[in-house]
Design a protein around this ligand. Structure first.
Ligand SMILES: [Zn+2]
Length: 197
């Protein structure tokens, strides 16, 4: 699987000095002493982190799935426990967890590493969990044209934990269904039961 190091947010790289400057300004504005030792390299470290955690902007998620195999398999395919790490667009705070994808192919299947890369492409941006979920389902639907696709995303949101809205460790679960999964309760149930193992 391609790691995030294979693609960084080039725009962040090109604007490194300005971003570092603004991070330093925010530190001052919250009352910090930007000259103290622990903070000297913080603006540069935050900027390098942005290159990675916002790397998704550097890729078109549809291109990630690009190559598919012709395959006669028309039974449920499940790829579960794909980890993701994203940033909530409301607070710029991390949320992270696992993505589970189930789909019933109709001629095209995607390599497992491609699905993991798709998850990175949509999650390494400012996001909301609901949109990560629906974008993965929509892109799978569009590129692979499966008979159906179902996506379940679990996430722990630090903005909610830190602000006391939710208890640490509590998870938000979102799902999106396309195609045959919409009307076929048995397919949805099969997918969900296989997630429990
Ligand atoms: Zn938030």
């Amino acid at each position: 699987m391609a790691g995030v190091k294979d693609y960084l947010n080039k725009q962040v790289g090109d604007n490194r000095e300005q971003i570092e400057h603004h991070v330093r300004e925010i530190l001052k504005l919250i009352g910090e002493d930007v000259e103290r030792e622990g903070l000297l390299d913080t603006p540069a470290r935050v900027t390098r982190m942005y290159e990675e955690i916002f790397a998704g902007y550097a890729i078109e998620p549809r291109d990630v799935l690009g190559v598919t195999f012709e395959e006669n398999h028309e039974e449920l395919v499940i790829v579960k426990d794909i980890t993701y790490y994203s940033q909530c667009e409301h607070h710029m705070a991390p949320f992270f967890g696992k993505v589970h994808i189930g789909y019933i192919p109709s001629g095209h299947i995607a390599g497992l590493s491609k699905l993991a890369r798709l998850v990175e492409a949509v999650s390494r941006r400012l996001q909301v969990q609901e949109r990560i979920t629906s974008q993965i389902a929509d892109i799978m639907d569009e590129v692979l044209q499966p008979r159906g696709v179902m996506v379940v995303v679990e996430g722990e949101h630090l903005c909610m934990c830190a602000r006391g809205v939710k208890k640490p460790g509590s998870k938000t679960v979102t799902s999106a269904v396309r195609g045959t999964f919409r009307k076929d309760a048995a397919s949805r149930a099969e997918f969900l039961s296989l997630l429990k193992d």
